[in-house]
Design a protein around this ligand. Structure first.
Ligand SMILES: Cc1ncc(C[n+]2csc(CCOP(=O)(O)OP(=O)(O)O)c2C)c(N)n1
Length: 327
């Protein structure tokens, strides 16, 4: 349950939209580039879920940590990772964030706090705990955010991480995007509780259930959790309700998804809804918002060509950056 009513000012709302415009354009471009056969990668579309990273990221600094998952390129970009470096990394090129050796499953960019992207369901949480513990010990005021899906809340690491974080009052936020599907299995077939946020009570921590497609509600939830963490009051579990507009992995024909339910969510697409509201309330002009969209496309034109025109890492890179130096 939300305990505050933080309301983002006009500039923050417009900035959230700017980030959403970039995320939506990036998702559309990714599907286009993969469909055209220009890039052969597993791609996990986040289309429909853009509000959550936009609202969380405007409440974080570059020093705050993010641990995300395969369906997390939106988290990585919202946190500020340069698009060119993201595209070069997913294309496996030397100018990528990890010299092309991480790929789409392992995007990292520590200078913006993007510490890990992982394909192991649930594994973002214990890693975020470790970073939050480091922040707590050093007293540097950083917050760690672990993002994951509803399916991950049934993994052992979720329960162990919530327990430890609560006992140690770690400055960590467990941000679950409940898009109602885990691969091809509907939420109710794997999860016996109506709300994942109810699980917070079992670990004595704050739990927030929020409409993750409502920018104002999502902002308030993120802000409350960040303030709690920075104040040394411990972790928060946020369950943000949303829906993925596409199949689990790109190319999955999503025939298992109920057509009427999907149509209902797509009709309520948060992107055009937020766009229309900003204009109707006089918070931004059509021209400004169209400018963000055009800028996103231009940035993507540049990033895609930058990435696809670059070299792959050489064989001599195979064993470099694999082990750290002993202290
Ligand atoms: C430990 C582990 N078990 C199983 C898998 C296979 N797997 C990949 S994605 C996925 C579904 C996860 O669903 P959810 O956590 O709801 O995230 P979403 O894809 O909906 O964002 C599964 C089971 C995995 N990658 N890791």
């Amino acid at each position: 349950m939300l305990t505050n009513s933080h309301h983002p000012d006009a500039a923050t709302q417009v900035e959230m939209f700017r980030r959403m415009a970039l995320l939506k354009a990036n998702d559309e471009r990714s599907r286009k580039v993969v469909t055209a056969g220009r890039l052969a990668i597993p791609y996990y579309s986040y289309r429909g879920q853009e509000v959550i990273p936009a609202a969380m990221s405007v409440n974080l600094t570059d020093q705050d940590y993010l641990c995300t998952i395969y369906r997390g390129i939106h988290d990585v970009i919202a946190k500020g990772t340069p698009l060119k470096a993201v595209w070069a990394e997913i294309a496996g090129r030397v100018n990528g964030t990890c010299k092309g050796k991480g790929g789409p499953m392992h995007l990292t960019y520590p200078s913006k706090g993007v510490m890990v992207t992982t394909g192991i369901v649930g594994s973002s949480m214990p890693i975020a705990n470790g970073l939050a513990w480091a922040a707590q010990l050093s007293g540097d005021g950083r917050v760690a955010v672990a993002t994951f899906g509803d399916g991950a809340s049934n993994i052992g690491a979720f329960h162990e991480s919530l327990n430890l974080a609560s006992v140690w009052k770690l400055p960590v936020i467990f941000l679950c995007s409940n898009n109602r599907w885990g691969e091809h299995t509907a939420y109710g077939k794997t999860t016996p509780v109506a709300r994942i946020s109810d699980r917070a009570a079992a670990y004595g921590m704050a739990g927030i259930h929020v409409d993750g497609n409502d920018p104002l509600a999502m902002y308030a939830a993120a802000r409350e959790a960040v303030e709690r963490a920075r104040a040394g009051e411990g972790p928060t579990l946020i369950e943000a309700m949303t829906f993925r507009f596409h199949g689990h992995v790109f190319g999955d024909a999503d025939r298992y998804m109920d057509k009427a339910e999907k149509a209902k969510w797509v009709a309520a697409d948060p992107y055009p809804a937020f766009r229309a509201r900003l204009i109707a309330e006089g918070l931004a002009s059509e021209e400004t918002l169209a400018g963000f969209e055009a800028d996103a496309e231009a940035q993507l034109d540049e990033a895609v060509e930058y990435a696809l025109g670059a070299e792959f890492p050489g064989l001599e890179e195979l064993s470099t950056d694999v082990f750290g130096e002993a202290a």
